[in-house]
Design a protein. Structure first.
Length: 318
C-alpha cells in the first residue's frame, strides 16, 4: 500500500524530504526511488512502443553516443529516441540478478535509467521489432575506448578516486595495475564481441558484411526484410562527417551537435591524461588489438599505423 502511494504521488524531491522527516533508512529511500523511476519509465515506454518508428542509439559505451543522443533530443525529432548499450537478454538478466531491485533492504544506488530502458525493451522485444527501427551504432579505436571505459568506471576499482588521487593516497602505478588486472572486463577483441552479441544476435545484422567506406567515415544501410535502417559511424571521423551523416539519416537540413560526457570535464581527467602518457603496451599486445580483420574492415592501414604508433612510445614511471 505504501509503495503504491509512493509510485502514484511521490517525486524524487518528495522522497528525499521523506527520508529527512522520518526514520526511513537510505536503502528504503533508494528502493522507493528505483521503483518509482521504473514505474514512470514503463508507462512512458508502453506508449512509445505504439509509435510506428523508434530511434535507438545502440552501441558500446565510450563512443560519444551521449553527444549523438543529446543532439537528436535537441533537434526535437518526433519519433521516440533512446540510448542503450544492450538488448541481449542474457546480458540483461545477468545484471538484473545482481541489482535485486525488489529487495528493499539492500543498500544500492539509483539504477541506471539506460539499463531500465534496455530491460523493458528486451522484455518486449517482439513489439520493438514490429516497429520501424532507425539504429545508430559506432566503431572506435578499441584501445582508446577501453581506456576511456576503465576511467568512466574508475569508482568501481577505487572508491572516492578523485579525492584519493589528488591527495596522493593513490598513484599512477596503482591505476595502471588495476587496468591490467581488469582486462577481462573488455579484452583485446571487445568491440567485435559486442557487435556479435548485440546487433548480430539480437537484430540479425552482421556489420562485417557491410561495405564500409573508410574515407567517408559512415554508411547508411537498409534492411527492408526486418524494417531496420542502420547508420554506422566511425568515431574518429566525427569532425568531418557527424553532422552530415545525421542530416542524411533523418532528412534534416541541419543539426546542432551537442558535446556531452567530455573527459576534460571529469574529475578524473588529470589521472586519465597521465595514464595515457605513462602506460606501456607490448608490440604483441598492440598487434592483437590492431592487426585483425575487424580493424582492417573499418580503418585504413594509415589509421591503424597511427593508432599503434601512439601507444608504442615507451615511458618510465618515476
Amino acid at each position: 500500500m505504501i509503495c503504491m502511494l509512493v509510485l502514484q504521488k511521490s517525486s524524487a524531491s518528495h522522497l528525499a524530504s521523506l527520508v529527512k522527516r522520518t526514520s526511513i533508512t537510505q536503502p528504503i529511500y533508494y528502493y522507493l526511488k528505483n521503483i518509482t523511476c521504473m514505474h514512470s519509465l514503463h508507462c512512458q515506454l508502453k506508449k512509445e512502443l505504439l509509435s510506428p518508428e523508434i530511434i535507438l542509439v545502440y552501441q558500446m559505451g565510450k563512443v560519444a553516443s551521449s553527444s549523438i543522443f543529446k543532439s537528436l533530443k535537441s533537434a526535437k525529432i518526433k519519433q521516440p529516441v533512446h540510448q542503450i548499450h544492450t538488448l541481449n537478454r542474457d546480458v540483461i538478466q545477468k545484471k538484473w540478478r545482481t541489482i535485486k531491485l525488489y529487495q528493499p533492504y539492500i543498500n544500492r544506488p539509483v539504477v541506471d535509467q539506460d539499463f531500465l530502458i534496455s530491460k523493458y525493451m528486451s522484455d518486449h522485444l517482439d513489439q520493438v521489432l514490429n516497429r520501424k527501427l532507425k539504429i545508430i551504432s559506432i566503431v572506435r579505436d578499441p584501445l582508446q575506448r577501453n581506456i576511456s571505459d576503465f576511467f568512466q568506471n574508475i569508482e568501481q576499482y577505487f572508491p572516492n578516486f578523485a579525492q584519493r588521487f589528488a591527495s596522493g593516497q593513490l598513484g599512477l602505478e596503482d591505476v595502471i595495475e588495476a587496468f591490467w588486472k581488469n582486462q577481462g572486463s573488455w579484452g583485446v577483441d571487445y568491440a567485435g564481441r559486442w557487435f556479435n552479441r548485440e546487433l548480430k544476435s539480437v537484430l540479425g545484422i552482421d556489420i562485417m558484411a557491410v561495405e564500409f567506406p573508410k574515407d567517408k567515415g559512415y554508411v547508411i544501410v537498409n534492411y527492408p526484410e526486418s524494417n531496420i535502417e542502420l547508420l554506422l559511424l566511425k568515431f574518429e571521423s566525427f569532425n568531418q562527417c557527424l553532422e552530415n551523416s545525421l542530416c542524411d539519416f533523418f532528412t534534416l537540413e541541419q543539426i546542432k551537435i551537442e558535446d556531452e560526457n567530455i573527459s576534460q570535464k571529469k574529475d578524473y581527467y588529470q589521472a586519465y591524461k597521465e595514464f595515457q602518457r605513462l602506460v606501456r603496451f607490448s608490440k604483441e599486445y598492440l598487434d592483437k588489438i590492431y592487426r585483425n580483420s575487424w580493424m582492417s574492415h573499418f580503418y585504413t592501414e594509415a589509421e591503424i599505423n597511427q593508432f599503434q604508433r601512439r601507444w608504442e612510445r615507451t615511458y618510465h614511471l618515476s
